[in-house]
Design a protein around this ligand. Structure first.
Ligand code: AMP
Ligand code: MG
Length: 347
């Protein structure tokens, strides 16, 4: 089924959706970050369907979505002072915290870890579905494992139609990148995945913040990491991708042109509006993610741009990078994975 709630939530349909969740079915729904593919987190069989629909490795745990802060203690325990500060500051919002789990959370959700990832979305549709279902909802991003996350229904239908009971359309997601994931280790918040909530913002709340060393690193299947998801290929279309970042704008355009030539023009460039005219490409070979200083626009558009570029099947997708600060941190973390470290950088 497909429900269109882009204008407003339909309460009759909301009841149907919540019944389906309670009955162990899968539902695709919008959040402020990306779309989620959700199931009742307390129902092992239902959660198992998520892994099948996505082709997700079973050792990669899921984030459990709750309607409000009072529900956290139903699935997590021994919450520390630092964790409490982070919860109060950033939840609801695009922020996920790893907490000690309660036994009620099935192993399939946590991949057998003694922790559980918790998020409270802000998006009205997501909150409505979680509240009226009356159960916590395990929901990874709505995409086939390894591919860019789904941020609009058109892309999601192409990839997951027929694999879930209902798709709820809430329009394009506002942020377009997955949540910031944080685990407090020895009283210090450690960012395991950067997102809209930045290291600077976290530091303001707790006085200290660390960034996991693997965020920009190369990780192989056998490495031991804080977050199992780090090990996997992610955010990647079929076509090979190259990331290009030069601090100086003239250099940036020079090298973009150089790489376009190297591939004899058989490329798609995902880049800034200001560079479009300078590259002299056919219009379908340049996909703009917005103006250079507009990182929010970049985040919002990057996954759909990657899918669009992939459809053209060029030899290479060239992607413009950004400075690694603020939201740029999250963008570059995703793009380095997209490009599998095929990264040209000039400071
Ligand atoms: P997604 O695939 O977008 O749902 O992202 C969820 C991310 O959170 C993945 O990278 C997971 O590996 C990570 N994650 C989920 N649960 C835990 C946990 N208990 N401990 C550490 N990382 C987790
Ligand atoms: Mg994902």
């Amino acid at each position: 089924m497909y429900y269109n709630w882009t204008e407003k939530t339909n309460t009759e349909e909301l009841k149907i959706v919540c019944n389906l969740i309670r009955n162990g079915e899968l539902v695709i729904f919008p959040t402020e970050t990306v779309y989620g593919i959700g199931a009742n987190a307390l129902d092992e069989n239902a959660v198992g369907k998520i892994f099948i629909a996505k082709g997700r490795p079973s050792d990669n745990p899921l984030i459990v979505h709750l309607a409000d802060r009072r529900k956290i203690e139903e699935i997590a325990q021994d919450i520390t002072e630092v964790e409490r500060k982070l919860i109060d500051a950033f939840m609801p919002g695009p922020f996920t915290i790893i907490l000690k789990r309660k036994p009620i959370v099935p192993d399939i959700v946590t991949a057998g870890l003694d922790t559980v990832a918790v998020r409270i979305p802000e998006n009205v549709i997501a909150r409505g579905i979680i509240t009226f279902s009356g159960v916590p909802i395990a929901a990874p991003s709505a995409n086939v494992s390894g591919k860019p996350s789904g941020t609009n229904i058109k892309d999601i239908r192409k990839e997951l139609e027929g694999k879930v009971s209902v798709i709820v359309d809430g329009g394009e997601t506002q942020i377009g990148l997955e949540s910031t994931v944080v685990k407090v280790i020895d009283e210090v918040p450690v960012i395991l995945r950067p997102g809209k909530v930045t290291p600077e913002e976290i530091e303001k709340v707790t006085g200290i913040v660390k960034i996991d060393k693997n965020i920009f690193g190369r990780i192989s299947q056998n490495d031991i990491v804080e977050s199992p998801g780090m090990k996997y290929r992610h955010y990647a279309p079929e076509t090979s991708c190259k990331l290009i970042y030069c601090q100086d704008d003239l250099d940036q355009v020079f090298y973009l042109k150089k790489f376009v030539k190297e591939y004899q023009g058989n490329v798609v460039v995902i880049g800034f509006k200001e560079h479009e005219e300078k590259l002299l490409l056919d219009s379908e070979r340049f996909i703009s993610v917005g103006k250079k200083d507009d990182l929010e626009s970049f985040a919002k558009n990057i996954y759909s741009a990657l899918r669009k570029a992939d459809e053209i099947k060029p030899r290479e997708i060239l992607i413009e990078g950004v400075k690694k600060e603020g939201l740029g941190y999250a963008i570059m973390n995703r793009l380095i994975r997209t490009c599998e470290h095929n990264f040209f950088e000039k400071q």
